[in-house]
Write a protein that binds this ligand. Sequence first.
Ligand code: MN
Length: 209
Amino acid sequence: MAHELAPLPYPNNALEPHIDAQTMEIHHDRHHKAYVDNLNKAIAGNAALEAKSIDALMKEISSVPDAIKGPVRNNGGGHWNHTFFWRILSGGAGGAPSGKLAEAINSTFGSFEEFKTKFEAAGVGRFGSGWAWLVANGGKLEIVSTANQDNPLMGKSVAGAEGTPVLGVDVWEHAYYLKYQNKRADYLKAFWNVVNWNEVSKNYESASR
Ligand code: MN
């Protein structure tokens, strides 16, 4: 079954003024759509790959034949990452995490403020295009970053990072350039206003199970 582009779970303007409607429209309707279309093209005719969920494709990326590994990694990663990203954002969100996730963030990083500083630094420090992530890795929270459309599910030998994503932010220029131009750090500060901590907590709890 072919992979499909789900609609955004909110209107294009839901994240205004922090992430503008035009950026969301282009990002979802063109960039994410292209990843889905190109993933489907890359695996077309390979019944074993066509049968895998996007999660399984990511975790088993090493078993993809070399001839199509690049396109599956880039476009499959793009599909997984953006599906994840839309879900952890929402309008009228922000604030701070609560419950078990808040406790884990405080005990790992010292405080929520310290965590935010380190997470923003991971996003700013990613040269070129990529993502910053908070992952649960063997029962521990870690901040990592990946290049291009790699993600930690692909594992250390492929993506240079491992673990189950709990929170992630897209630092490709297409995610912020219309509104923030070259000021990636400002985009990362604004990002906190649209984080849906309920969803992030669910990610943490399912990763810790
Ligand atoms: Mn993107």
